[in-house]
Design a protein around this ligand. Structure first.
Ligand code: SF4
Length: 480
């Protein structure tokens, strides 16, 4: 009996332990490996995570056509094959776990994820979770509700997951969407954006599966001046994150139609700020190199967006530093609420200064928003804004070659590429040789050869999917 009580107490001590030793060690390794130029006070890598991860070569095909598209030209000649997908997702995640530690956010990404049979899609997500990855499925959003339901519920009608996350890509350069094969502008896609999130709300209501939706959009000179409207028009639709990707010369060169270098990071960020209606400070939290990633975390109360922390307030920056120091190793997304509450209580008891910091922050946040606004609006919508800028394939190829030889370059453009790759936030795994590479390297250097091989391994036997025309056969005439 005594032994049983002791063992129970030990177990309780273990699950309420604030820091997971393996994860803390993985973060220390991550921090040590970062180049000095990104070891800034706001750097998240190594302090609250190891970065993002993504799959590759697991379902390269897509049934819409984007201009630009970062997939190599063979991608659409590869058959979608659930067995191949699940086996390769499993192998890639196992390597990521070995190399990067027990926890990370990972994207189930390739071509269009909904071309997978829902059971295969579910099996891939389960494999990711098994390896400690919090998965997010990448889709163009032209998905039937029945598909989402079959993904959420197994053949026995039981829930397969507590939570599903999607990144849905919508922009006017995507051709073949049902109902709007060739969008004239961004605004004409609003109906489809809203329909996607409505399906997720319905899924939650009918199955109890919680959902999260991120909105992705490519930005080129042709839609730059529509970014602010997209932010404004879509802010109440239910997306918890808006991520904008300035286009780069990467992937299928037949689909490059503009001079993407005309759109710089500041121009895109200014448009996002215009849409949100306030300045967005992307130095409070940094993910790798700010030339790759800019992020602003905050929330809407009524018609105003507020940052989680005010970068101009030293007390808020102390909250950030305290968060990194005492709560950085916490798994907020993947820990059940009672367990999380117990872990937080242990931190509060052991380090009462964290309570002082938290209460001070709360009081300031409420003051900033205003009691009257809070009482009037009641609902707080957590929404973050992100910009991720991939690099041109030609620069990445040159820089990667130099890096393999332990060299850099005097050319400022290539030197920047080397610096950004060395601080990369977004990794992809190669179980065949045990390497983990930046996603830029995957798309610029490795994808063409990989997809050419996959094309031979999984040849296409038909191009029609679900009775609708495959948009990859209806590209703009200028594509070739
Ligand atoms: S190196 Fe490329 S993939 Fe990595 S964070 Fe920068 S832009 Fe993204």
């Amino acid at each position: 009996m005594t032994w049983r009580v002791v063992s129970m107490l030990r177990r309780l001590e273990c699950v309420t332990r604030p820091v997971d030793g393996d994860f803390a060690a993985a973060m220390r390794r991550r921090w040590d490996d970062l180049p000095p130029h990104v070891k800034t006070p706001g750097q998240v890598l190594g302090r609250h995570g190891v970065g993002c991860e993504g799959t590759h070569g697991v379902f390269p095909k897509c049934n819409l056509a984007c201009t630009p598209c970062y997939h190599s030209r063979d991608a659409n000649q590869v058959r979608v094959d659930g067995g191949h997908t699940v086996a390769n997702v499993e192998a890639q995640m196992a390597l990521l776990r070995r190399v990067r530690g027990p926890r990370a956010h990972a994207q189930l990404i390739g071509g269009e994820v909904s071309l997978l049979d829902p059971d295969d899609h579910a099996a891939a997500l389960a494999a990711m979770r098994q390896h400690g990855r919090e998965p997010m499925s990448f889709t163009h959003g032209d998905v039937d509700y029945a598909y989402l339901r079959r993904l959420a519920l197994g053949p026995d009608g039981k829930r397969r997951f507590d939570r599903l996350s999607f990144a849905a890509h919508f922009d006017m350069f995507m051709f073949g969407r049902r109902g709007i094969a060739r969008p004239g502008d961004e605004r004409s896609l609003n109906r489809y954006r809203a329909e996607f999130t409505a399906k997720l709300r319905r899924l939650r209501a009918e199955t109890g599966v919680r959902t999260f939706a991120a909105h992705n959009m490519t930005v080129t000179p042709a839609n730059l001046d529509q970014v602010a409207d997209v932010v404004r028009d879509s802010s109440g639709m239910g997306f918890g994150m808006f991520s904008f990707q300035p286009a780069a010369f990467v992937g299928d060169s037949r689909r490059w139609h503009e001079d993407y270098r005309d759109v710089d990071s500041d121009a895109v960020w200014e448009q996002i700020e215009r849409g949100v209606g306030t300045k967005l400070d992307y130095r409070i939290f940094e993910h790798g190199d700010v030339r790759c990633n800019r992020v602003a975390y905050g929330f809407w109360v009524g018609d105003r967006w507020f940052p989680v922390l005010d970068g101009a307030d030293r007390r808020d920056l102390a909250v950030r530093d305290g968060f990194f120091r005492h709560l950085g190793a916490f798994d907020f997304a993947g820990t059940p609420v009672p367990q999380l509450a117990a872990q937080l209580t242990r931190v509060a008891v052991r380090r009462p200064q964290t309570v002082v910091l938290a209460v001070g922050w709360l009081v300031r946040a409420v003051r900033r928003v205003g009691i009257r606004r809070l009482a009037r609006c009641r609902r707080v919508r957590i929404t973050s804004y992100v910009m991720h800028r991939f690099m041109d394939a030609a620069d990445v190829t040159t820089a990667w070659d130099l890096m393999q030889r332990g060299q850099s370059s005097d050319d400022p453009r290539i030197r920047e590429t080397v610096e950004r790759l060395s601080a990369c936030h977004y990794a992809m795994a190669h179980p065949e040789d045990g390497t983990v590479v930046p996603a830029c390297v995957q798309h610029s250097v490795l994808d063409p050869g990989e997809n050419a091989q996959l094309r031979r391994l999984l040849p296409i036997v038909q191009v029609r999917t679900g009775g609708r025309e495959d948009a990859t056969t209806m590209e703009r005439p200028t594509c070739e």
